[in-house]
Write a protein that binds this ligand. Structure first.
Ligand SMILES: [Cu+2]
Length: 190
């Protein structure tokens, strides 16, 4: 989500993992932009690039961060830098990421009410009794080239401070809450 061709490639990858968005009407386009920008800090909201999941630029912006609207049923809207975008791409293809420097993402709207993620399984599609699904509130995320550098932070997400999601996998990343956690989703059969 930087150069348009790269953005298109990433969005193609996202589309592999996420339901394809229908052709967007103008009201939909406005809604997607609003969703994407809800994840952004005020310091970049007015200028940051916005794309949809297919990599179509909904609003152009300078190189650097790109904001994406909330996908359906998982996670939430997010704004990622170029390196973090590569990580998202790798994740959507279930490939280990190659992370060349520390990289950053904002999810200042938190996860969607119908989104969130398992804290343990990078590829869980929905909450189950065993996968520690969580709908996180507003947070920022950090990745580093060597996940071993995250050892000692811990995966416990109930103390309010930073924790490691998907610990022990190539997709391990730091989650740093900056706001309250919303209501959690029900687990079928619980
Ligand atoms: Cu996140």
């Amino acid at each position: 989500m930087h150069r348009i061709p790269a953005g298109a490639a990433i969005a193609t990858c996202l589309a592999l993992a996420l339901p394809a968005a229908a052709q967007q009407s103008q009201p939909n386009r406005e809604a997607m932009i609003r969703s994407a920008l809800s994840a952004a800090p005020s310091t970049m909201r007015d200028t940051v690039r916005v794309t949809d999941m297919e990599g179509n630029v909904l609003r152009d912006g300078p190189p650097g961060f790109t904001c994406l609207p909330a996908p359906q049923g998982i996670a939430g809207p997010m704004c990622v830098d170029e390196v973090f975008l590569g990580w998202v791409q790798a994740w959507s293809k279930r490939e280990p990421p190659r992370i060349k420097r520390a990289a950053f993402a904002y999810m200042l709207a938190g996860d969607s009410p119908d989104g969130g993620a398992s804290n343990t399984d990078p590829f869980a599609p929905q909450p189950t009794a065993g996968n520690d699904w969580m709908v996180e509130g507003p947070h920022v995320m950090v990745i580093v080239p060597d996940p071993a550098a995250l050892e000692g932070i811990g995966a416990d997400h109930r103390h309010g401070g930073p924790y490691v999601m998907w610990q022990g996998t190539p997709w391990a990343h730091v989650m740093m809450p900056v706001g309250s956690r919303p209501a959690q989703r029900d687990v079928a059969g619980r």
